[in-house]
Design a protein around this ligand. Structure first.
Ligand SMILES: [Zn+2]
Length: 107
């Protein structure tokens, strides 16, 4: 956790600790990041979403990014590797996010 994340977390807690996607409680104390790549053969673009999420938004966003990576991610030499890394990163963040909720007693 870097210093900025600590400050963002404090601000988030002060504002009620809600899910930053849908506004529900409880949300994970841990910031979750999901990333996706769009490969266009010789170009590519990255998108990501970051925030404290409830379990429903975690499931939904993970699945959405998984499908979008699967459909649009691979198209290009660099994109192929970037998308592979994103798959593992997203999965890891997903598991850690759910684990965090479970640890906090909301699993
Ligand atoms: Zn939510």
């Amino acid at each position: 956790m870097d210093q900025n994340e600590g400050m963002r977390r404090a601000a988030w807690k002060m504002s009620g600790g809600r899910c930053q996607l849908c506004g529900k409680i409880p949300a994970s104390q841990r910031e979750i990041t999901f990333s996706r790549n769009v490969g266009m053969l010789f170009q590519r673009r990255e998108y990501s979403v970051r925030g404290h999420m409830c379990s429903r938004c975690m499931h939904r966003t993970f699945l959405q990014y998984f499908v979008l990576n699967l459909c649009f991610g691979w198209w290009g030499a660099i994109s192929f590797w970037v998308t592979t890394v994103f798959f593992f990163q997203n999965f890891w963040n997903y598991v850690m996010g759910l684990f965090e909720l479970w640890k906090e007693g909301h699993g």
